[in-house]
Design a protein around this ligand. Structure first.
Ligand SMILES: *Cc1c(COP(=O)(O)O)cnc(C)c1O
Length: 377
């Protein structure tokens, strides 16, 4: 935890649960990714954390933005970003939202089907479009496969169709899965994309851009590769598959830009067992799946959890759960989480690396609990 965040908790003693984000760390994350991929344009995936403070900081750093809805586009515009730095990257958009985005000046759109391409051709004429292809999501802790993208053959046909519909077939995108800890996973997709560039060139369509998506990992309970390792692996694949004709590249980091910048403070509401001889404690926190920790679904994302009593004392294995009346609101039951045996009701605990995919995943008022409070310092 950064000194700045530690000081904030100590001095302010904010009501829990709350997220505190250190903006200096976001700034450092931007710097390291830029250094790792100097030729790639960064489109921050707004959904990871759309706080105005984060959008303004990244806007000032020269970032572009990947958005998924009209409200996200409006938030980015409100941060002073011009629409030429915005991509409407969701492949599932209402026709009227495409029209609204076009009205707001957005000219870069994603698609992965003929239905979506038709909407863009009709409501955003002349725009640049890129087609998303399927990836396996192998190696990712939060895979995105199947729902998004189409197979490369369909993508090729759709890019040809795009030209026929008066759009600019601009490029190809993919996403190797979020929290992708294997930097070589970009390679298979890049080989496919290079083949598509080549095949389309022969048909008179010159694509310009490869969108490498997000997937860069944040450190949770185990080490992850540095930005540099991702950069090296990707540059190596680009050189291998495109030779001396490397196209324009885009990256869309979400998690890696903000994840490690945020810490959630929470309070222990109850510690209990289910019978006299049950020796595994249930620890109920004032935050759960519906309060912002949705990525604990299937125990996929495993946040580091720290208490004030950590140290040399004894620990034992616990089940961690949230405070709501839904039985799905259990955070970790199968994973090995150990907490101090002297942990007590009323203790504050900290959930690290919680800057991404938390505030916007909090339910509005389930059980009357208010959405996650947030501070940007
Ligand atoms: C969610 C998303 C991202 C961000 O992914 P991370 O794994 O958080 O970096 C990037 N691009 C698209 C299209 C997305 O949907």
């Amino acid at each position: 935890m950064s000194e700045k965040i530690a000081r904030f908790f100590a001095e302010r003693q904010p009501a829990t649960p709350c997220l505190v984000v250190d903006l200096d760390i976001v700034d450092e994350n931007f710097t390291s990714l830029t250094a790792a991929l100097p030729d790639a344009k960064i489109y921050y995936a707004v959904k990871a954390n759309p706080a105005p403070e984060i959008l303004s900081l990244l806007a000032a750093r020269g970032s572009s933005f990947d958005t998924a809805s009209v409200p996200e586009i409006e938030m980015v515009l409100a941060a002073g970003v011009t629409p030429d730095r915005i991509s409407y990257g969701n492949t599932i958009k209402k026709q009227r939202d495409v029209a609204r985005a076009f009205e707001l000046g957005v000219r870069l759109f994603a698609f992965d089907s003929i239905g979506e391409l038709d909407k863009i051709a009709q409501s955003a004429p002349g725009s640049r479009v890129f087609c998303r292809i399927l990836t396996s999501g192998e190696g990712a802790e939060w895979p995105l496969s199947r729902k998004f993208g189409c197979d490369p053959h369909m993508a090729r046909a759709l890019l040809i169709a795009a030209a026929g519909k008066g759009l600019v077939p601009y490029g190809v995108s993919f996403h190797v899965g979020s929290q992708q800890k294997d930097p070589t996973q970009w390679d298979t997709a890049l080989r496919t994309v290079a083949e598509m560039f080549h095949d389309l060139e022969a048909l008179g369509i010159t694509l310009s851009m490869v969108n490498l998506g997000g997937g860069f990992a944040t450190r949770y309970r185990t080490d992850v590769p540095e930005a540099e390792a991702y950069g090296n692996a990707i540059l190596d694949s680009l050189r291998r598959h495109f030779g001396n004709r490397i196209p324009e590249t885009i990256v869309e980091p979400g998690r890696s830009m903000v994840g490690n910048a945020g810490v959630i403070e929470s309070e222990v509401v109850l510690i209990s067992t289910k019978s006299a001889n049950d020796n595994r404690r249930w620890v109920y926190l004032d935050i759960g799946k519906f309060g912002g920790l949705a990525e604990t679904m299937d125990e996929a994302i495993q946040y580091p959890i720290v208490t004030n009593r950590d140290g040399d004392g004894e620990t034992d294995s616990v089940i961690l759960a949230g405070p709501t009346c839904d039985s799905a609101d259990v955070l970790y039951e199968k994973s090995d989480y150990r907490l101090p045996v002297d942990l007590a009701i009323g203790d504050r605990i900290r959930i690290h690396a919680a800057g991404a995919y938390t505030t916007t995943y909090a339910s509005v008022n389930f059980n009357g609990f208010t959405p996650l409070a947030q501070y940007y310092i």
